[in-house]
Design a protein around this ligand. Sequence first.
Ligand code: B4P
Length: 190
Amino acid sequence: MLNVVIFGAPGSGKGTQSKLIIKEFGLEHISTGDVLRTEMKNGTELGKIAKGYIEKGQLVPDELIIGMLAKVLDSIENKNGVIFDGFPRTIKQAEELKKMLNERKTDVKYAINLDVEEDELINRLLERGRLSGRSDDNLETIKNRLEVYHSQTAPVAGFYIKEGKHHTIKGVGTIEEIFERIKKKLCQTS
Ligand code: B4P
């Protein structure tokens, strides 16, 4: 199974590139951000709790995310593999993902880290906020999200470096150029 983790700072292009990877490789898509936004829209208990964290630019607590992910994983039948978009965001989530996949006789094959400088990230997110009105795409929340990224999510790279699965991809350029870089990596090493 081709299980791929795609990670990077907020606005690095995870969701954007995931869509292209899914199409090319026939994978299932799990975006924890999308799942949380659906829960928020439907006004569920989880959605109400998540809203408080997301609007402050903080991470939703690990226990909630891990429980949510286990349910989504069990509902998937695609045998080609899964792209994990925006998960794991902490070392604890990376450890739990490994456990969950091992229990299902599989594992992560590649961790793709999209590298984009901070000014570009802020510009992209402000632009998305302007167009979509997403409540966490405002300057104050974006700055908090970037801080949280550096303190809690960036260390996840070390987890996958140790496992020999980590690949940094330059995340600046056109969407198609970046996708070509990712595709080359996934084809080269598979
Ligand atoms: P996410 O939904 O994962 O949001 P994100 O980090 O902003 O990335 P996203 O995938 O949406 O954006 P992309 O880079 O593709 O998370 C939202 C929140 O949910 C988190 O802050 C957290 O609170 C919570 N959460 C989610 N998962 C969690 C977890 N595992 N644990 C705890 N909490 C969790 O694109 C950004 C913009 O850039 C788009 O407008 C796009 O069009 C543009 N863009 C993309 N590529 C471009 C390019 N090459 N050039 C120019 N623009 C580009």
